[in-house]
Write a protein that binds this ligand. Structure first.
Ligand code: ZN
Length: 116
């Protein structure tokens, strides 16, 4: 609800509904709300915890894929999530070999592993 309601009846009714007790200008956690909050803390741990960093999904995906190239003048490039990929190019007839030209160095970032 918005601030335009101040501490009037609309606010106090909403505060009662979520389990806050006391005067509308100085609400406290009521007996009906307390178990909910305690359950939350039991489930997620007490605040504060370390900042949660968003996962870098695309980086992780990129680091898993290996680059393979055939022997064509302008090589066909394929990326496969395998170190033992075996396939033959129908143009040059050569096997795709893993390219080491582009070795990605992916810096590991500190993030909260508890939330992965
Ligand atoms: Zn080829």
């Amino acid at each position: 609800m918005g601030c335009q309601y101040g501490h009037r009846k609309e606010f106090s009714q909403a505060a009662r509904r979520v389990g806050l007790d006391g005067r509308p200008t100085a609400t406290v956690v009521g007996d009906s709300l307390r178990p909910t909050l305690e359950q939350f803390i039991a489930q997620y741990g007490a605040y504060p915890h370390a900042a949660i960093q968003p996962r870098r999904e695309e980086k992780k995906m990129g680091s898993r894929l290996r680059l393979y190239e055939c022997q064509c003048p302008s090589p066909v490039k394929v990326r496969v999530a395998s170190d033992t990929f075996q396939a033959r190019c129908v143009h040059c007839g050569e096997l795709f070999t893993q390219s080491l030209k582009r070795k990605l160095v992916v810096a590991t970032e500190p993030f909260c592993r508890a939330f992965l």
